[in-house]
Design a protein around this ligand. Structure first.
Ligand code: SF4
Ligand code: SF4
Length: 458
């Protein structure tokens, strides 16, 4: 943990403010995943249903109350072995807005994830096109790794019209969207070329001297970059490293796999567990040595701090959950970020008006206002919050041909608000929300870390 004091004007919001993380335990007295204790907290107010973006645009979707508590009650009534999970659980996008909406603390997304995992493992045909399409989408890291070996060829092939037409017809991946470009140098390649942890230690030492901090200040973070910052937008990872070093932090980039977010959403819990085991093992070793885990993607931080302890029992998982933070959140807690921002300004390309969208997973971590509040004090930029609607893409959801129209209908409100805001650049922490924002408006989209980098470092 950093030894810096929390800055007084920041009021971090639950669930994680550096205190011990206490995940909801819906299996308190059972070792057979009996979800009834969670189901019994539901008093059928329907707040979850009225906040579900899929239910709002799709009349056939029964909504989170049915997917969660009602289905689990039915499971208790039926003979457990005979009970079939309703296939509509595959229409839930795992945006997790229902968790946030429930006044009774029913762990809805945990119920959905568990039900989806059971549906996929026991009811879905393993020879169906849908199963393999979902598996490929959920394991984006594997395709991205392959593409990163020949990025220029991959960028051409992935957006070659006839290939996209065939992928939609044969495999059900929509041809309406442009595939994101693969970087010609991944974040990890850049990190190694720049001197990796030893280089970061040296730069952090120099910055501590400039800032008048003790050379041995306990400022160490382990960066969870996720797949997208590594393979597609390394500029976000580079900005993260530069901004943290600016404040005197030594950064390490441990071995890591996918956070598991797209796997939870597709019911691929065995795949997610394999990846989580690697991530927890790397991160828990570092947490034990005093590092905090920092993610630049709000879905990755959500997975490490909430979904892992809810779904898996892996050694060290709770230590990792309680020491994981989103990248800007952590700086707001430990540094006078607002003070530095108010003395800074931005010129060049990033001097602009931004339409900011708070990802649903940022909302679930209480982070939906931080970018707007923070950059409100920064000379040279303006930030407009485009409201609290869901972007609609939800990771792999909006890439499925049969979900594309639903995804765009959900996104309509956000697109309208972006277009009504000043400027033509978007801002968000989530890489797939960024894809949807760009797809719906044609705007270029930036990450808050890029603004911090431009304001404080460059
Ligand atoms: S996670 Fe999102 S899409 Fe799924 S039921 Fe909850 S609110 Fe609806
Ligand atoms: S919001 Fe919570 S209490 Fe209300 S119906 Fe949904 S699960 Fe039940």
């Amino acid at each position: 943990m950093s030894d810096s004091e929390p800055h007084s004007d920041f009021d971090p919001v639950a669930p994680n403010a550096g205190e011990d993380f206490d995940p909801v335990d819906v299996f308190p007295d059972s070792d057979d995943f009996d979800l009834r204790p969670g189901a019994d907290s539901c008093y059928k107010c329907s707040a979850c249903d009225t906040n579900c973006p899929v239910a709002e645009v799709d009349d056939d979707f029964p909504g989170p109350k049915f997917q969660g508590p009602e289905q689990w009650r039915l499971k208790q009534q039926d003979d457990e072995d005979d009970h079939e999970i309703d296939d509509s659980v595959m229409d839930c996008s795992n945006c997790m807005r229902c968790d946030d909406a429930c006044p009774s603390g029913v762990p809805l997304s945990q119920m959905h994830n568990t039900a989806r995992g059971e549906y996929v493992s026991e009811q879905m045909s393993k020879t169906s096109v849908e199963y393999w399409r979902n598996r490929v989408l959920a394991n984006y890291r594997a395709s991205a790794w392959l593409a990163s070996k020949v990025p220029r060829v991959a960028n051409f092939a992935m957006n070659f019209g006839p290939a996209r037409w065939a992928m939609e017809k044969a495999f059900g991946i929509t041809s309406e969207r442009d595939f994101p470009e693969f970087a010609t140098e991944t974040f990890r390649e850049w990190w190694e070329r720049r001197g990796a942890a030893a280089g970061s230690r040296e730069r952090a030492r120099e910055r501590r001297e400039v800032r008048g901090l003790p050379a041995d200040a306990d400022k160490r973070v382990a960066y969870f970059h996720g797949c997208y910052s590594n393979y597609n937008t390394p500029e976000v990872g580079k900005a993260m490293v530069r901004v943290y070093e600016h404040f005197g932090y030594e950064v390490v980039v441990p071995e890591q796999k996918c956070s598991g977010t797209p796997m939870f959403a597709n019911g691929m819990l065995d795949d997610a567990r394999r990846h989580a085991e690697v991530n927890v093992s790397s991160m828990s070793d570092l947490v034990e040595q005093g590092y905090d885990a920092i993610a630049s993607c709000t879905s990755c931080s959500m997975a490490l701090r909430q979904e892992y302890p809810e779904l898996f029992d892996i050694d060290g998982i709770e230590d990792v959950a309680s020491n994981t933070f989103e990248s800007v959140e952590y700086l707001r807690i430990h540094e006078d970020l607002r003070g530095e921002i108010s003395d800074a300004d931005i010129g060049g390309d990033l001097a602009d008006e931004f339409a900011y969208h708070a990802p649903c997973h940022a909302r679930n971590q209480g982070l939906e206002r931080q970018a707007v509040e923070l950059f409100g004090d920064l000379d040279g930029v303006g930030v407009t919050d485009v409201g609290n609607s869901c972007s609609g893409i939800s990771g792999t959801y909006g890439w499925k041909a049969e979900k594309y129209d639903t995804s765009m209908k959900i996104g309509d409100e956000m697109f309208d608000h972006m277009e009504a805001a000043d400027g033509e650049t978007g801002l968000t922490e989530c890489p797939t929300c960024a894809m949807q924002m760009e797809h719906g408006t044609g705007y270029e989209i930036r990450h808050p870390l890029e603004l911090l980098d431009a304001a404080l470092v460059e």
